[in-house]
Design a protein around this ligand. Structure first.
Ligand SMILES: Cc1cc2nc3c(=O)[nH]c(=O)nc-3n(C[C@H](O)[C@H](O)[C@H](O)COP(=O)(O)OP(=O)(O)OC[C@H]3O[C@@H](n4cnc5c(N)ncnc54)[C@H](O)[C@@H]3O)c2cc1C
Length: 426
């Protein structure tokens, strides 16, 4: 519940509400939802604004990494989360066209209670986290709240143009509304409106690929673990979703329109060429609406904060899908933000050093993993997609030790993030 509600005249002259709170979080994805819960548990007054009317989203990533499971464990939620129907990825093994095996990550040897990636529909994860947050009276969720403006003070603190961010204006039920807050957090994803309003321009690095996501039926006797195939201009990864395979079909950057123009039958044939065992069910791919297109990006802002405002998750840095670390990194940002900012928010005194500390702790892990993703994209993916030369995987991918190292990097990030002991339940 937020405090102190009155009314103001919005831009379209309709009377609407003004809510005052400690922290206004824009965006109910993994970053915003987890930060809301962690702050609410600490007694901070939080308003979470989400533009959609529900949390349902297909193909936005359903991965829960070991580091996130450990964080859930620290707040006493891991066992309940594991009660949702889910599948687990323990290893991901790639096979080349000549049949040789190239190691992907092997999570099964990680030293953790959770040596796997849990595959759970993101909607279930978000609903679970939000339901937990809703147990705290100091948390308020507004769905259908499309944030469009920042509220900025006239004063210009030293070294910063543009004043202090004091909250947001959003369009929602009944017209315009305001949330005034000590801190506004932009957790509104890769196309962040908050980032744009704050004047931050992300630095992008180019990627050689885009990804098509779709599902095909899976037979009960087929392997449980994730598998991939590549070579001859193709790269396909398949993740066990119990009744179905969730399939990532990697295409050269910018090639989507050409693939669409060639038609679904051509896509079906190309898929069967690289994964022949799908020939008996590829006909289930009937419409382009069954195919989700992910334009692969990798970018990060050079600054994640300004007075009164912090960016986290995809709003601060969009990760390449290599290793599927976007959700993991977004949640780790939320944990660091909660570790650093809970006390200052409770004391109603946030300064720039606090916000800088969040970026400092998260920027290098982000840069390192982005550099590593970029190396794999160049050395492996771009070469696998190249039809003009026969594909031989780089030697280092054949080293068994690499499978565990990869799993460590993918599962935990550059270094694991944990809640401060004062925030842990156990
Ligand atoms: C097709 C696809 C597949 C992916 N697969 C994986 C995967 O397998 N594993 C993985 O780790 N990552 C994956 N990702 C990346 C992953 O989805 C993101 O890295 C992760 O969701 C980032 O979390 P976030 O909370 O920062 O942002 P998001 O999850 O993008 O959440 C942002 C939220 O902000 C809301 N919002 C946006 N604008 C406004 C506004 N103006 N006002 C109010 N609310 C707003 C949005 O509705 C959304 O709910 C995938 C992404 C895509 C597109």
């Amino acid at each position: 519940m937020a405090i102190n509600t009155n009314s103001f005249t919005g831009n379209d002259s309709t009377k609407a509400s003004v809510v005052r709170t400690g922290c206004c979080i824009v965006g109910g994805g993994p970053a915003g939802a987890v930060l809301s819960l962690l702050l609410a548990r600490q007694g901070v007054s939080v308003v979470l604004l989400e533009s959609h009317k529900d949390f349902d989203r297909d193909f936005r990533g359903d991965t829960i990494h070991p580091s996130v499971m450990e964080i859930m464990d620290e707040i006493g939620l891991a066992d309940r989360l594991l009660q949702f129907p889910h599948t687990k990825i323990q290893t991901l093994t790639f096979r080349t066209a000549d049949g040789s095996i190239v190691g992907g990550p092997d999570f099964s040897h990680l030293k953790t209670r959770y040596p796997y990636i849990m595959m759970l529909p993101q909607v279930k994860f978000l609903e679970f986290i939000i339901a937990e947050a809703q147990q705290y009276p100091n948390f308020q969720l507004v769905m259908g709240a499309n944030v469009q403006e920042l509220i900025v003070s006239e004063t210009h603190p030293n070294g910063f143009e543009g004043g202090v961010v004091q909250g947001v204006r959003y369009r929602g039920h009944g017209g315009w509304h305001e949330v005034r807050a000590l801190l506004t957090v932009g957790a509104d994803g890769r196309h962040s409106r908050i980032r744009q309003l704050a004047g931050f321009v992300p630095i992008s690095t180019s990627s050689p690929m885009d990804v098509l996501w779709f599902r095909l039926p899976r037979k009960p006797e087929e392997p449980e673990d994730a598998m991939g195939r590549f070579g001859g201009g193709h790269l396909v990864a398949m993740f066990n979703r119990s009744e179905s395979w969730q399939i990532a079909y990697v295409i050269p950057k910018g090639g989507y329109q050409q693939i669409r123009a060639a038609g679904l039958e051509a896509l079906r044939q190309a898929l069967v060429e690289v994964v022949p065992e799908l020939s008996d069910r590829v006909h289930h791919l009937q419409e382009w609406s069954h195919v989700a297109f992910l334009s692969v990006e990798s970018s990060r802002c050079s600054r994640w904060y300004r007075p009164g405002l912090l960016l986290i998750g995809d709003a601060a840095h969009v990760m390449s899908p290599v290793g599927g670390v976007g959700i993991n990194y977004a949640i780790q940002d939320a944990v660091v933000a909660a570790n650093v900012l809970s006390q200052p928010l409770k004391a109603s005194s946030i300064n720039l050093n606090d916000l800088a500390a969040v970026q400092r702790q998260r920027e290098w892990p982000t840069r390192i993993i982005q550099a590593f993703q970029s190396l794999l994209q160049r050395q492996l993916i771009a070469r696998a997609l190249n039809t003009s030369k026969p594909f031989t995987p780089p030697f280092f991918l054949r080293l068994p030790i690499l499978r565990t190292l990869l799993a460590r990097l993918v599962g935990f990030g550059v270094w694991p993030v944990h809640l401060r002991s004062s925030q842990k339940t156990r």
